[in-house]
Write a protein that binds this ligand. Structure first.
Ligand SMILES: Nc1ncnc2c1ncn2[C@@H]1O[C@H](COP(=O)(O)OP(=O)(O)OP(=O)(O)O)[C@@H](O)[C@H]1O
Ligand SMILES: [Mg+2]
Length: 272
């Protein structure tokens, strides 16, 4: 997607990438005794798009994300980011999990600076990135604090800022707000939405909350199946969320999307 010329848009083009998943299958264990976790997953995500993945436990959401991250190898099919096949983890993809994974012996500032420093960016650029994303997640005043002194929500903010400071072209998030209380969670959802509108980084976001998916995403991918159903996990439907960026979770249209997706998630899994 390089159809834009203004400096700001150039930046956007540079900070996001498309994702292409074709015929993806993953088998854990040997052919004769393993688990076919997912099969036949096809998904095209445009550069800058925000896609949420929902579906019952065990349907293979994390498996797909780990393959995108390059932590896990596909058994069949292919996955590419920005046109390049994924074979290993890389700085083009930033990953945020439910547990924050911060370095407890580093301050908030040092945690966020870790990636940019490893990339050997000039000191001024490192500081610029750290300051920008500290501000974006509202933690400027806590720069010198250690993670252990922060609440769970604040630690997750640091984890997000740390990943964003690496300027990934795709942000992969696996239930990043799953462990947070409802209030902190809705704050972080709003923050993530704002950051996404600003950076235009492509986002793939796994959640168990249908409301969160409808609030954040341009499209919601519904997965179904999984080992416990005797059918490999797969995509059952993709729902486009045709709502403005600022969404009212109490509006009839929003509620209707929630109902539609909830029905899809709870649909009985077809037998193999
Ligand atoms: N490392 C592994 N070894 C063997 N089987 C695995 C492994 N990881 C996942 N699986 C199996 O693959 C299937 C999909 O797991 P996955 O973690 O992708 O599901 P999920 O949709 O993320 O579920 P949840 O919502 O509970 O996080 C499950 O049947 C699981 O048991
Ligand atoms: Mg999972």
């Amino acid at each position: 997607m390089t159809d834009i010329i203004s400096p700001a848009a150039d930046l956007a083009a540079d900070t996001s990438a498309s994702v292409e998943i074709v015929g993806l299958g993953k088998r854990y264990g040997p052919e004769w005794a393993g688990t076919q976790a997912v099969a036949g997953v096809d998904l095209s995500i445009a550069s800058g798009e925000f896609v949420a993945i929902v579906g019952a436990s065990g349907c293979g959401k994390s498996t797909v994300l780990r393959i995108l991250a390059g932590f896990e190898e596909a058994s069949s099919g292919s996955v590419s980011v920005g046109g390049a096949p994924v074979t290993r983890p890389g700085p083009d993809r930033g990953v945020v999990f439910q547990d924050y994974g911060l370095f407890p012996w580093l301050t908030v500032r040092e945690n966020i600076a870790y990636g940019p420093r490893r990339r050997r960016l000039p000191r001024a650029r490192v500081n610029e990135l750290v300051d920008r994303f500290l501000a974006a997640v509202g933690l400027t005043r806590f720069a010198a604090t250690y993670p252990g002194q922060l609440s769970g929500g604040m630690q997750q903010r640091v984890a997000i800022a740390r990943v964003l400071a690496n300027e990934p072209r795709v942000l992969l998030m696996d239930e990043p707000f799953g462990a947070l209380d409802a209030l902190t969670r809705s704050d972080l959802q709003a923050e993530l939405k704002r950051i996404h509108l600003e950076t235009r980084t492509t986002v793939v976001f796994i959640t168990h909350s249908i409301e969160e998916a409808v609030f954040l995403a341009d499209r919601v991918v519904v997965m179904t199946g999984g080992a416990s159903h005797g059918v490999p996990g797969h995509i059952s439907r993709i729902v486009e969320i045709d709502l403005p960026p600022q969404r009212d979770i109490l509006s009839p249209a929003f509620t209707e999307y929630k109902r539609t997706i909830s029905d899809l998630v709870h649909e009985p899994v077809a037998a193999a």
